[in-house]
Design a protein around this ligand. Structure first.
Ligand code: ZN
Length: 195
């Protein structure tokens, strides 16, 4: 579907003198970013993919829009859904441009990329944001023989008197914990560190 000439409205003259020259495509890129804010992690609905920090780059030219996403946990089944949803959302903002969404692996996504809004969304969903409760960062080796205690804050009562039940929660990116203070089980979003 390449249909360019005359299809989009003529670019409007800027209403006010611009301090900096606007790159061609920049307005489209901003519109796409905005649209991507409405795409949510299918496994954690309050969390948008921009707040999760997986949108690395949006580039727009006259013909196409390219979106680079950083996968969180490779093999996460949500990735296909996210790709589809991001494509759909971007199509609206892209006008006649062709939209390509691809996963890139550099730089690797780390949980540091989650925005403060994203951490709030995790908490509202009952998931403890990674790296919180902080004296030690909870590195979780692939095989956990002992059950590390404490160090993760309960999203319900705020206590740190918690125990890691399983490094493998219901999805790849989650861990399961138990709070000894309020006796609630809860899940954590697995920290992922660089290096
Ligand atoms: Zn608790």
């Amino acid at each position: 579907m390449v249909k360019r000439a005359g299809a989009s409205p003529a670019p409007q003259a800027s209403p006010a003198p611009q301090a900096k020259p606007v790159r061609p495509g920049e307005a489209v890129e901003l519109a796409v970013w905005k649209a991507l804010r409405g795409v949510h992690d299918p496994e954690i609905l309050p969390l948008s993919i921009t707040d999760l920090g997986i949108v690395k780059d949006v580039r727009a030219s006259d013909e196409r829009v390219e979106i680079d996403l950083l996968p969180t946990f490779v093999g996460c089944p949500a990735l296909d859904v996210i790709r589809e949803d991001a494509t759909k959302a971007a199509l609206d903002a892209a006008g006649d441009r062709q939209v390509t969404v691809r996963f890139v692996f550099s730089p690797p996504w780390t949980s540091d990329r989650i925005t403060p809004e994203g951490r709030e969304a995790l908490r509202s969903y009952g998931l403890t944001p990674p790296g919180e409760g902080g004296h030690r960062s909870t590195f979780i080796p692939l095989v956990t023989l002992e059950r590390p205690e404490g160090g993760v804050t309960c999203p319900f009562c705020g206590s740190e008197d918690t125990v890691l039940e399983s490094a493998f929660g219901p999805t790849l990116c989650r861990t399961t914990h138990f709070c000894r203070a309020c006796r609630n089980p809860f899940e954590g979003f697995k920290p992922k560190l660089a290096g």
